[in-house]
Design a protein around this ligand. Structure first.
Ligand code: ADP
Ligand code: MG
Length: 487
């Protein structure tokens, strides 16, 4: 039954199985205060310093809904092309855990604030639509800390009561790659909307990953396992690979799959059983008597629609139509708001084609190497557009521009200054170039004769020599013209 870990079923050509995946994404609502209290949600504070009496569930404390969080959830629903429910209900989901002082989580069960929607993924083989089942608002629990002390567990209630949106997908995903694209798309939409910062290191975006397998062509779904609380896309993908293989091995061995809740062990790269899957009735859901049903008017929703910015799909369409970008280029440039803003700022004053190439090529590579986001780019949009204009007007060659770019990465400096200070200006004076070229021909008499007698391939050699002697500064176009005449 054991399988070599590298022998991934879902990558195997001969495999007869298909993996089916549905995600429950928990996205922390961008909001200064919690869902039912005024405590701060700021990340990284000392433990238990952002806990109100409501968050600590002292007897008699009553929750008060945070209107801003409601707006955020509705905006997200609009971004997911989803139905907004004018009436939704908060329920108590009852369970015991030390980091849940209320003894229940306030969530939404039968009547969520957002109903069905969809998102579009750009996959290499074309577009793929993924259905959204629902989005509901709920509170986060506190955090149990098990690794500070060998004998004791500590509880930090700073997260207790923080607003989460649980976004439940339909079981429409079919591969780890689609999961990657799906989570990135959700994150991108929410970042555009400003409703979730999507910061996975800080736990703002986590997912429960439901996985089942079935024979290809089968109409029915297999029994699923739910892998709890995975906090990086890489881990989601690894967990799916492992879990799909485990399930296929069981089926091939004549066994059946138990519907289970499992966890992903990131050190051993495997999923492990936590408990048999709980059912909704185990939680004894019932409407929270402390909260009225949440009712929003058409007017309220319409006003929020006016606040929705241009989202990635529309922006992509505009970039393709208006700037003649390829779908590939547009997809990359709209992936987040900061990148698209940067791009639009660069092209305000410079050539679109060059800007696209420089951003997707040099800039991304350089930022990647330094592990920086575009918002932290040492090169401002304004200075990149100046650099592009220096290429465009012939002041420097594309090659020299790379050198200037490297200097710019060391600190945001005006490229014109760098060109002056380092003497990198392109040599476009025909007289000066002629002198250079005469010298090169003179130094290579034999080759020049060979060229004249028909060995035309040598032309490239001469261009190379001139560029070398000029330390890359000679205007390549002029060098070509003059060389042709002289040779
Ligand atoms: P629960 O709340 O008990 O986890 P839901 O019905 O809300 O159950 O479904 C949770 C997730 O499981 C959804 O994202 C759904 O797409 C996914 N899912 C449902 N059935 C399957 C299946 N057979 N295989 C994979 N995922 C599934
Ligand atoms: Mg679930």
């Amino acid at each position: 039954m054991s399988r070599n870990k590298s022998e991934y079923l879902i990558n195997r050509k001969d495999n007869q199985y298909e993996v089916v995946i549905g995600l429950e994404v928990h996205a922390q609502v961008t909001s200064e205060s919690k869902l039912f209290s005024t405590s701060s949600t700021k990340f990284g504070a000392e433990p238990n310093t952002q806990v109100s009496l409501v968050d600590a569930a002292l007897p008699g404390m009553l929750p008060v809904i945070n209107k801003f969080c409601v707006k955020q959830a509705i905006k997200t629903g609009i971004g997911l092309n989803a139905k907004i429910n004018k009436r939704s209900v908060f329920d108590r989901k009852n369970y015991f855990y030390a980091d849940l002082p209320q003894g229940y989580q306030i969530s939404q069960f039968k009547d969520p604030i957002v109903g069905e929607g969809k998102v579009i993924l750009d996959m290499p083989g074309g577009q793929k639509e993924v259905g959204i089942e629902r989005l509901h608002l709920e509170q986060d629990a506190g955090k149990s800390i098990h690794d500070l002390d060998p004998k004791n567990t500590f509880v930090d209630l700073n997260r207790s009561g923080v607003a989460l949106m649980e976004i439940v997908s339909k079981p429409d995903l079919r591969s780890p790659d689609e999961v990657n694209a799906y989570v990135k798309k959700l994150r991108s939409i929410m970042r555009y909307l400003g409703t979730c910062d999507g910061n996975m290191q800080e736990g703002s975006l986590r997912a429960d990953v439901n996985v089942s397998v079935r024979k290809k062509g089968s109409k029915e779904f297999g029994t699923r396992c739910e892998i709890k609380n995975v906090n990086s896309i890489k881990f989601m993908q690894m967990a799916i690979e492992f879990e799909a293989n485990r399930q296929v091995d069981l089926i091939e061995d004549g066994q059946s799959i138990d519907q289970e809740t499992r966890l992903f062990d990131t050190k051993k790269n495997e999923t492990r059983s936590m408990r048999s899957k709980e059912d909704a009735h185990d939680y004894r859901y019932f409407p929270d008597p402390d909260l009225l049903p949440l009712e929003v008017s058409d007017d309220f929703i319409e006003k929020l629609k006016l606040e929705i910015p241009e989202l990635p799909d529309e922006k992509k369409k505009r970039f393709i139509e208006k700037f003649k970008l390829s779908p590939y280029e547009a997809t990359i440039l709209v992936s987040d708001n900061e990148t698209s803003n940067y791009f639009e700022n660069v092209i305000k004053k410079s050539d679109v084609k060059l800007a696209t190439n420089w951003i997707i090529g040099e800039l991304f590579a350089a930022l990647n190497e330094k592990n920086l986001e575009i918002a932290q780019s040492p090169i401002s949009a304004g200075n990149l557009s100046k650099l592009i204009n220096l290429i465009k007007d012939g002041t420097i060659s594309g090659k020299i521009a790379k050198t200037v770019f490297e200097h710019m990465m060391e600190g945001d400096k005006d490229p014109k200054k760098i060109v002056e200070e380092k003497g990198l200006k392109q040599e476009s004076d025909p007289k000066a170039l002629e002198a250079l070229i005469d010298k090169v021909i003179d130094d290579n008499r034999e080759k020049a004769t060979e060229y004249k007698s028909g060995k035309v391939k040598l032309f490239g050699f001469f261009v190379g020599q001139v560029m070398k002697v000029s330390a890359g500064k000679a205007n390549p176009q002029l060098v070509n013209e003059i060389l042709k005449k002289k040779l």
